[in-house]
Design a protein around this ligand. Structure first.
Ligand code: DGY
Length: 331
């Protein structure tokens, strides 16, 4: 029996490609640039797609997908790049990669919290440019995290991972989520984002990008943060009003910032590069081999279960597509 054909839209770690080749006829987009508008042509004759967070699958793109495509996996936990309504209407299930990257992303959140609180970016730049100067009791002063209130906007798996690590730094954990997290005992729940922001010495965005969350970290809410607070975003740039963020950092209202995500990646607003007291990372949250291999394994397991074994995988974002009379799996 011939293997189903799988289009993979970026080069992946070797072990993941090997696993893919064991179960599928793999068609690999070989370039460093995202596949972009070539996706439709490359998807011809494919049974499944393994796409990246940088591939936009909006309604127009999904309409043009060849009828052969029966399943899509995204090499990410975030799925804001896929129009779930449109893909469900086409009866195509979408699988994502939760859990396996939570530790890696939580570690980057801690890295950014520490770096922003101590302004490691400015200190390192001074050293590298020969500007260290004599030791000074008042230079390179930062804030310590011990005893500070950490405000987590979002308490999913990644939020929980950040909270647990922050306890090790002696921080008090506060959070805002749609619902109270049953396992978040000892943490302070805030029913509103406004209340959370008023009580955050360190504020960290770790909520998914959805219709409800986009743009919610706006000028009025940023003004609620205590003066001098630390701002971190490891989720998605589009939750935040970037103009308002620039103003809050430049005015000193935000005392330090650590960012891994931006509205326009990778062509970020050039004003970011001029910001003082800010650590900037190029969306490396899940960039460890452990996480990237785990993401590949999980995405492929879901495609194998659905296409080869006719089983519904747990990490399906649109179970309605599995139930749909139009679903095209081999079950
Ligand atoms: C995700 O999985 O959503 C990450 O942001 C991609 O690295």
């Amino acid at each position: 029996m011939s293997q189903p054909t799988l289009l993979i839209t970026r080069h992946l770690p070797e072990s993941v490609l090997q696993q893919a080749r064991a179960s599928f006829e793999v068609k690999l987009w070989p370039h460093d640039e995202p596949i972009g508008q070539h996706l439709i042509a490359w998807a011809q004759g494919c049974d499944a797609l393994l796409v990246m967070a940088t591939d936009r699958l909006d309604a127009a793109t999904l309409r043009q997908l060849p009828a052969s495509v029966r399943a899509i996996a995204t090499y990410s936990v975030g799925h804001d790049h896929i129009d779930l309504y449109a893909v469900t209407q086409r009866g195509i299930p979408v699988f994502n990669t939760p859990d396996v990257l939570s530790d890696a992303v939580a570690e980057v959140a801690l890295l950014l919290m520490l770096s922003a609180a101590r302004d490691a970016a400015t200190a390192e730049t001074a050293l590298r440019s020969g500007g260290w100067g004599p030791w000074s009791p008042t230079r390179f002063l930062g804030q310590q995290l011990t005893g500070r209130r950490l405000g987590l906007y979002g308490m999913g798996r990644i939020g929980m991972g950040i909270a647990q690590r922050a306890l090790g730094f002696g921080m008090q954990v506060h959070y805002h989520n749609r619902t109270v997290h049953t396992a978040a005992t000892g943490f302070t729940y805030h029913a509103s984002l406004e209340s959370l922001m008023e009580h955050s010495d360190v504020f960290c965005v770790c909520a998914p990008s959805t219709l409800q969350t986009r743009g919610t970290v706006n000028r009025a809410r940023l003004a609620l943060l205590p003066r001098g607070s630390v701002f971190v975003n490891i989720a998605r740039g589009d939750l935040v009003d970037e103009d308002a963020l620039f103003e809050a950092i430049l005015s000193g209202h935000i005392g330090g910032a650590g960012l891994d995500v931006y509205r326009d990646e990778p062509a970020i607003d050039p004003r970011f590069l001029q910001l003082p007291r800010t650590t900037l990372l190029p969306h490396i949250g899940s960039a460890t081999l452990d996480a990237r291999e785990g993401m590949g394994r999980l995405a492929l397991q879901a495609l194998e279960a659905f296409l080869l074994q006719g089983k519904p995988p747990a990490n399906c974002l649109n179970p309605d597509a599995l139930a749909s009379p139009f679903a095209k799996g081999s079950a």
